[in-house]
Design a protein. Structure first.
Length: 133
């Protein structure tokens, strides 16, 4: 989810992506979100576009699906099962840390680019708020 949202957000923020950015996105599918950190903290040059394209409808659908899955997970998920999996399964452990790292990263990015950055304190929901601004 995050590597694709990284590309989408760079498209919407009109940033020029370099070859290194695409390499890091590819590596993030193998090494997790930690591979995206260098790309987020470098200075970017803005593209000049003649038209403004903003996929508002798609963002609202993404926000709705995200909220639906969050409610589903909170209502039907079992905390004890997740805790056991977190302690005993390395994949769950790494993916949880990866999720936390990218949530923190989205908060840092949002503070620079949007007035709705406080929405990023809610994991995943805030990312859609950035795209709506």
């Amino acid at each position: 989810f995050y590597p694709l949202s990284f590309l989408l957000s760079n498209f919407i923020l009109k940033r020029k992506l370099t070859t290194l950015d695409f390499i890091l996105v590819g590596l993030s599918f193998f090494f997790g979100a930690f591979a995206l950190y260098p790309s987020y903290f470098k200075a970017y040059e803005r593209k000049e576009w003649t038209t403004s394209i903003k996929p508002t409808f798609g963002v609202w659908i993404g926000l709705g699906l995200t909220l639906m899955f969050m409610v589903y997970g909170m209502m039907l998920g079992e905390t004890q099962t997740f805790t056991d999996a977190f302690v005993n399964d390395a994949l769950i452990h790494i993916m949880t840390l990866d999720f936390i790292a990218l949530t923190i990263l989205s908060i840092l990015i949002a503070r620079e680019h949007t007035r709705f950055w406080k929405w990023t304190l809610i994991p995943l929901v805030g990312w859609w708020a950035i795209l709506l601004d």
